[in-house]
Every structure is written in C-alpha cells, then in structure tokens.
Design a protein around this ligand. Sequence first.
Ligand SMILES: Nc1nc2c(ncn2[C@@H]2O[C@H](COP(=O)(O)OP(=O)(O)OP(=O)(O)O)[C@@H](O)[C@H]2O)c(=O)[nH]1
Ligand SMILES: [Mg+2]
Length: 240
Amino acid sequence: MKAVVAIPTYNEAQNLPGIVARTRRAVTADILVVDDASPDGTGELAEKLAAADPAIHVMHRAGKGGLGKAYLAAFAWAEEHGYTHVVEMDADGSHHPEELHRLLARADEPDHPDLVIGSRYTRGGRIRGWSKARELLSRAGNLYIKVMLGLPVADATAGFRVYRLDTLARIGLDVEASGYFFQTDMTAHVVSHGGTAVEVPITFTERLAGESKLSGAVFSESLRRTTKMGVRRYLGLLKR
Ligand SMILES: Nc1nc2c(ncn2[C@@H]2O[C@H](COP(=O)(O)OP(=O)(O)OP(=O)(O)O)[C@@H](O)[C@H]2O)c(=O)[nH]1
Ligand SMILES: [Mg+2]
C-alpha cells in the first residue's frame, strides 16, 4: 500500500500546519495539499511545509473551484505518481489524522474494498461540537440519500475516505458535482460500477478554526441532485 492524503484547502492557514504535522506523525503516507489560491496565504504556507519535508506536496489551482474539482485534480495527480490509495481529509480538524490508520488498515484487508468511508453514522461513530439541529439535518439528508439512491452506507456525505486508485482508473471520474454533493456522487459512482463501499466509525468534530463555507445553497444543491438522481434510478427500476 502506497497512500497519499489529499487535503483540499481554502483559507485554512490557521489549521493546515497542525493537521499536516499530526498526519505525518500518525501514518506512513505522503500528503498532497490542493490549494485554490486562498487569499489568506494557505498556499505559501503549504510551500514552506513542503520545502521542509519531501513527503509533502502542493498543488496550486487558479481560484476557488469547489471541493469536487480539487479532489478530481488530486486523484489524477495520485494516479500519475504511482500511489495505490488516495485519502480525502479536510484541513479544518473535523477529521482526526489519529484515526486515519484505522481507515487505511480497513482498505488493506484481504477483501480490498474500493472505498472506505470514515463514518459518523455507523455503529460507534460520533459527532462532537455540532448543534442538535445541524446533526439532525445531516442525518435526515443521509437517510433521504439512502432511500433515493439505495446506497449501502449510512454516511454517504462523509468527507474522510480512502479510495483504491486502480478502481478510480477503471470506473473513470465522470462525476458532475463540483461542490459538496461530490461525496455522495462519488459513492453512487463507485457502487453503480459494482464497487464495494464499507464504513469505519469515526469521531467527527466541528472545525477547529476559521470560517465555515457551508450554506443554504449547498444544502439545496444536494437535495435537488439527490432527488434528480433518485427519480432517474426509480424510473430505471420500473422499466426493468
Ligand atoms: N481546494 C479547495 N478546497 C476547498 C474548497 N471548498 C472547501 N475546501 C476545503 O474542503 C474542506 C471541507 O470544507 P469545509 O469548509 O470545512 O466544509 P464543511 O466541513 O462542510 O463545513 P464547515 O466545517 O462547517 O466549514 C476544508 O479543508 C476546506 O478548506 C474549494 O473550493 N477548493
Ligand atoms: Mg469542515
């Protein structure tokens, strides 16, 4: 197993150094920071970290292009550079680098799952620091996704994951979503190509510092896309 941890950043200067240091301590894996020209200087900071450690790499993109596009660029980079697995992890501390070894260990088990999700909603998963309302919204969203898309996981929107790169190469990266629906879209993409998606419980915590980029628009985009995808799926099932 040769893994690279892709960390997308947009204005995460306060969080990035700590997350990178914790990740390097916690696991044997390289790091790729994908920065979308953050105005707060996250990109320059990442360059400094990379200059001091050959396992750390940086990709600079021209402007804020969305989480999905950043990850797609990271997947392509990881494939080109001969990794076997690519990890998705937020820079804001919501995902704990100290739990990553469990996801990687699951990915390395004999059944070699195509996708390992660090899950808040599987047995043993936890959320710290969210209001009841935000947790309920997230849980309801996942339930709706489960019913509409028939995905075999409890947390399809989670952003802490490990993908097999040979699987991504085989199924292609033909996903529409550039924003936050990307995670659900990718889960559906893997499953619809016969891939396996499994879950490992994690403890998710509210971001350590900085501003949230989540908005009502994000939520309505997810709702709209899930509905559209689900209706298409049910129509397909009816035709058969
Ligand atoms: N490269 C890049 N990274 C992004 C973009 N949007 C968000 N990110 C990063 O993606 C990760 C997840 O985004 P967050 O803003 O934490 O989204 P969230 O976790 O749903 O919501 P909060 O934690 O409440 O802000 C963080 O590391 C962000 O810096 C983007 O357009 N480009
Ligand atoms: Mg976050």
